[in-house]
Design a protein around this ligand. Sequence first.
Ligand code: VGL
Ligand code: ZN
Length: 203
Amino acid sequence: MRALLLVDIQNDFLPGGSLAVPQGDAILPIVNRLQDQFDLVVATQDWHPPQHKSFASSHAGKNVFEVIDLNGLEQVLWPDHCVQGTAGAAFSEALDQNRIEAIFRKGTDPAVDSYSGFFDNGRRKSTGLADYLRGKSVTEVYLAGLAADYCVFFSAKDALTEGFQVYFIEDATRAIDADGFSRAKAELLQRGGHLVQSHTLLP
Ligand code: VGL
Ligand code: ZN
């Protein structure tokens, strides 16, 4: 079975949002067209409590995009984003949501960030996504969403370590940082992942 994982297609990562990914909205029509080509569609949702430790505003004297050590993990400090229950945390109105069978929320622990939809950044807690997919007999995971160099990339890496065949739909993602995305793509290929373009999946 083939699953499409829609990563963090939320207002705060789209133009006008607090952590807008450049051209993030360009993926919306693609992602909507792709959904019918899959047996299963699942989404992740970045879902932080207020004053999450990944927010620069939670650290006096620190600036957005500075990197700090957070309990032994390297942490980029982000603008406040995807705060639970806010409009910024909601999925885009332009995203077709009818085919989404399950939503896995992440980043809910105030002290640890969670880029991947499978595990937190310290790999201490699982969201249950891998077992959910295995329970649905999924063997191939296709990834789309935002941001390519953070949450989509980390989700793809964990999907590989969980034993799925992984396909990163390059034009159905956009990155925060172009160089970071180049490195991410090289790493994914080196780990056995595949890069695909949406047109190869559409009729
Ligand atoms: C993300 C930074 C912080 C993402 C989430 O969805 O890529 N990036 N939180
Ligand atoms: Zn976040």
